[in-house]
Design a protein around this ligand. Structure first.
Ligand code: AVJ
Length: 331
């Protein structure tokens, strides 16, 4: 079963609102969610295989080592995954839960209907007996519809086992610190007392390694960053010249986040017919396209705690590059 909370016009309306607000602000800004058209998703996939980009490998390392411990600690029989994508990493968890004899339900949640349909179908085939209930939605808006309970269960059925909601990949780093509390409140609000949240976070480390991960030698991240302009060209009829912008990645030490930007290489004007908008850029002007926050363990603990999610266990890789945290909703 797949629920779809995104009507046909949803993404267009969101894109238009984001672009008109973002490009009329000062400094200009575009939200990172628009990187991921088909080409952008392929480029991101390529990023995860780069030598410089450690987070994906570190996370997989921790998952492979600790999936059994995660299954035991969570005691859940339902896994709900936010931003499930192709559900590849999830299989490590699904296997561990199945091995523990308590895998009953998988709820992948993604904003791409096509990706979700394919992934949900593949998981359902690979795990016979598993109830797969997919949700097409935007996790900034539709967490209230996360179907952790089987709606078809008879009203007199026994209380269910806990569910585990997961957000992997360090995606939470895309939220600014100002917006994280509301997001974590929404996650906790979608859970019930006793449910757990498994969160992947990239950790603060040596600046050179951080910057290299977002400014790789082969220039894949640069193409990924510039691709957002192609998305605007294609979907809004805009005329951004991709050769007239340069990729930049810097570590903001005060905020402890990586900031990606596109720097205008000359004075130029872009036209966005769908918004009846013209946008002037000064030579050297920077437009922010992403923040990727890096965490310290204490901060993960305190932010989760503020949302009523008490950290039960935290796992890191041997080098302390990345953390997986399991927190339980206690009230
Ligand atoms: C998918 C948001 C986790 O912040 O590391 C990778 C996106 N941007 N390289 C990240 C990204 C540039 C990635 N997240």
């Amino acid at each position: 079963m797949i629920d779809n909370w995104l009507d046909a016009g949803w993404s267009d309306r969101e894109l238009r609102a984001d672009v008109s607000v973002g490009l009329s602000s000062s400094p200009k800004e575009l939200p990172p969610k628009w990187f991921y058209d088909d080409h952008g998703s392929e480029l991101f996939d390529e990023i995860t295989r780069l030598d410089e980009y450690y987070p994906t490998r570190r996370e997989r390392e921790i998952l492979e080592r600790e999936a059994g411990a995660i299954a035991a600690a969570a005691g859940a029989d339902c896994i709900a995954e936010l931003g499930s994508g192709t559900s590849t990493k999830t299989r490590i968890l699904l296997d561990a839960f199945a091995a523990a004899g308590r895998l009953r339900r998988y709820v992948p949640f993604d904003n791409s209907a096509a990706t979700l349909r394919t992934a949900a179908g593949e998981v359902a085939r690979a795990y016979p007996g598993l109830a797969v209930h997919g949700v097409v939605g935007d996790f900034e808006h539709h967490l209230g519809h996360l179907p952790l309970d089987d709606v078809a269960a008879p009203p007199d059925s026994p209380p269910r086992a806990p569910a585990m909601v997961v957000l992997l990949g360090g995606t939470i780093g895309n939220f600014s610190p100002a917006r994280r509390p509301a997001f974590l409140d929404a996650v906790a609000g979608a859970m019930r007392t006793g449910d757990t949240f498994l969160l992947g976070t990239d950790l603060v480390k040596d600046v050179d390694r951080l910057v290299a991960a977002y400014d790789d030698a082969a220039g894949v991240t640069a193409r990924f960053n510039l691709n957002v302009l192609s998305v605007l060209n294609r979907r809004l009829g805009a005329d951004f010249d991709l050769d007239a912008f340069a990729h930049e990645a810097v570590f903001d030490a005060d905020n402890e986040w990586i900031e990606m930007r596109l720097r205008s290489l000359r004075t130029q004007t872009a036209h966005i017919p769908a918004l009846e908008m013209t946008v002037d850029f000064a030579a050297g002007e920077r437009m922010r396209t992403e923040i990727s926050a890096k965490f310290r363990p204490e901060r993960v603990r305190s932010e989760l705690g503020a949302a009523g999610l008490v950290v039960q266990r935290m796992w890191t890789d041997a080098d302390g590059d990345y953390a997986l945290t399991l927190a339980r909703r206690v009230l």
